[in-house]
Design a protein around this ligand. Sequence first.
Ligand code: ATP
Ligand code: MG
Length: 425
Amino acid sequence: MAKIQTPQPVRGTQDIFGEDQERFQHVVETFERVRRLYGFKGVQMPVFEPTAVFARSLGETTDVVSKEMYSFEDRGGDSLTLRPEFTAGISRAFLTNGWQQHAPMKLSAHGPLFRYERPQKGRYRQFHQLDAEIIGAGEAAADVELLCFADQLLNELGISDGVTLQLNTLGDAESRDAWRDALVEHFQAHKADLSQDSQDRLERNPLRILDSKERQDRPIADSAPEIDAYLSEEAKEFFAQVTEGLDACGVAWTRNSRLVRGLDYYRHTAFEFVTDRLGAQGTVLAGGRYDGLIESLGGPATPAVGWAAGIERLGMLLDEAAASFTDIAVIPLGADFELEAISITSQLRSAGKSVQLSYKGNFKKRLQKANQVKARLAVLVGMEECYEDEVVLKNMESGGQIHVKKSTLLNDVSDEKILAMTGRS
Ligand code: ATP
Ligand code: MG
């Protein structure tokens, strides 16, 4: 018989397990805690949307829409796309659910996204993001609140050292158009030296050349005109309000006057939190104001601002994953005591203790297992020297043990005085 070939994982996907999973989980839990401090409501979004949701809001000329989307026809003949980002789907939901009545709305989400990219460290085809959006607020105070949220998140993850907030403004539509013309002129003059990709961008989306990762484009992009000369008075005033707000909250930032975001819909504030600790994949959190997006989905003019952060990239920056401990291992001494061990395990878990009960092996094996799962205590059920109404409580660190009554076990496993008797430091 032919050997059955085991199917391989899809390129650019990861099975996140062990220490990586601990890091991932820690990032998500910290985000969930901090977003509550800022009054953001969680939202669960579909993983796929009609292709038009992304094509319209991101724009056909963006890399994401033109090269990176996982789009397919479903059995009913509709064109669907696995979400490459959260913002467009959340904006669609804002319109189709009539959430306008709740504006301004502060929403947060996290989960998987899909982009057909060249996989490398920190860049995957299925990756995961944290996402925060404020929809229906045109005030600079919304930009400031979102940036403070991002800054506090990075602080609480303990990774703000070596991560810089780079800030720019793309101005209002008028400023942006004037700047765009100046950029086109500059890039036209150097067209022959640009990469093929950037020559194409010159026609479709010249701002994107500033964002190019091609080496040969960098000197031309870095010498391009800055936006400042083209900013309208209103745009300048808006940006000043944002920076004053950041200073008032103690959020450190640096100006990067050539920073643009890859997507078409950005206006005014644009920002990235960047580190040099992740090689080429140095942007951990990025976003900005996207006042034009909801209109491009057929909705009323609605100002909005948001950011997204790569969970994997944040996880890689964490110093050490929070080690996972087990409170208690329950070990029956022989088959006669297994049922009782099951019952004790169930009671301890109901009381909120994390408990591991090993399924098989002799006493020594089970004790080894208890060490492996980093149990702090073991409950030994059925020790010969015990009375019938007793079990042995063993401190896994010191090895010290005492007999305790089964009837008081629930209290004893948390009682510092009792634990001290086992030689716990
Ligand atoms: P890049 O310039 O790195 O391609 P981007 O501008 O496409 O990033 P956004 O769409 O702004 O990225 O996504 C926000 C964040 O999501 C990024 O800063 C990054 O942390 C993360 N991210 C984006 N694409 C990927 C990916 N393919 N794999 C892992 N993380 C990603
Ligand atoms: Mg990208």
